[in-house]
Design a protein around this ligand. Structure first.
Ligand code: A3D
Length: 320
């Protein structure tokens, strides 16, 4: 069987890390695309030269022309600008919406059957716009945010409990903004829900609340430390987990921004919910039940996403 082809649109911090991980995990051959000349070629060559040392086989091609993505099985989109200190994800909307239009047209022309993972912020609005511009079937395009937000929460929990990150599960749903919804009831250590762990004295409610808040602000914490850009190692790892589930038909259950057609009372929007990713793309949208508080938090988060989608429609009236 021929190797899969993975196209990375945007060869910046996340794009370069993705390219490296694709090689290390032997997921396929890589095309790095960027508008910056030399950058995708340079990063591709640099990673290809690491392959003999690490012992993996993958071809790397750098490109500034969309024709290079032709026939890609998976496309991961990070093209655009990231946040700087003091900027919210929403401040990026106008600039990155134009980028999504160019990317969407490229995908429509050269790789209309790919499974596409969008990472560009503001995530939930950009993946919505990218679906419209590309014309991709809704089950073939998702946004990466929930896996990352959940991974951050899992990291904080594992540190607090001094247990392996592998035994900590967490679900963070809703939009990828400061009102995202970490679902404490559905987050566990080896199957034991967090509220039970509070009762068992493993932590206090106050500490748990602080970890939830730190998760919500997790992206900003990294932006403030780095000063010149935003997180890239964990975002790249998260998108790779999603791509791998598609390429290997693993059918993993992952929180992702998926197109909703009435689930959770939401229509024609991408919002973070648990989904099953397999060879057909989004194979199932999992509808969990919410308590009153959780429902209120989810609805608040959905309202923020709606605001961003409306802003996109205002900037570009062709987006309906
Ligand atoms: P960065 O290192 O700046 O890379 C972005 C790349 O996009 C640069 O190499 C640009 O040259 C390139 N680019 C700009 N415009 C175009 C275009 N029209 N076509 C092709 N390439 C273009 O940023 P990054 O890799 O750190 O972040 C990329 C995006 O991911 C940003 O929008 C971030 O805000 C976003 N991000 C999202 C998350 C989520 O969890 C959703 C996390 C971290 C970053």
């Amino acid at each position: 069987m021929a190797r899969h082809k993975i196209a990375l649109i945007g060869a910046g911090q996340i794009g370069g890390t993705l390219a490296h991980l694709v090689g290390l995990k032997e997921l396929g051959d890589v095309v790095l695309f960027d508008i910056a000349e030399g950058v995708p070629q340079g990063k591709g060559l640099d990673i290809a030269e690491s392959a003999p040392v690490d012992g993996f086989d993958a071809k790397y091609q750098g490109a500034n022309d969309y024709s290079a993505i032709a026939g890609a099985d998976v496309i991961i989109v990070t093209a655009g600008v990231p946040r700087k200190p003091g900027m919210s994800r929403d401040d990026l909307l106008g600039i990155n919406l134009k980028v999504m239009e160019a990317v969407g047209n490229g995908i429509k022309q050269y790789a209309p059957n790919a499974f596409v993972i969008c990472i560009t912020n503001p995530l939930d609005a950009m993946v919505w716009a990218l679906q419209k511009f590309s014309g991709l079937k809704p089950e073939k395009i998702v946004g990466m945010a929930g896996v990352l937000d959940s991974a951050r929460f899992r990291h904080f929990l594992a540190e607090e409990f001094n247990v392996s990150v592998e035994d900590v599960t967490a679900f963070v749903l809703g939009g990828h903004g400061d009102d995202m919804v970490p679902l404490v009831r559905y987050s566990t250590v080896a199957g034991v829900p967090l509220p039970d762990l509070v009762k068992m004295g493993w932590t206090t409610q106050a500490k748990l609340d602080a970890m939830v808040e730190r998760t919500r602000k997790g992206g900003g914490e990294i932006v403030n430390l780095l000063k010149t850009g935003s997180a890239f190692y964990a975002p790249a790892a998260s998108a790779i987990a999603m791509a791998e589930s598609y390429l290997k038909d693993k059918k993993r259950v992952l929180p992702c921004a998926a197109y909703l057609t009435g689930q959770y009372g939401v229509k024609d929007m991408f919002v973070g919910v648990p989904i099953v990713i397999g060879a057909k793309g989004v194979e199932r949208i999992v509808e969990v039940s919410f308590s009153g508080d959780e429902k209120a938090m989810f609805e608040k988060s959905v309202a923020s996403v709606q605001g961003l989608v409306d802003a996109c429609k205002q900037i570009n009236p062709a987006l309906k």
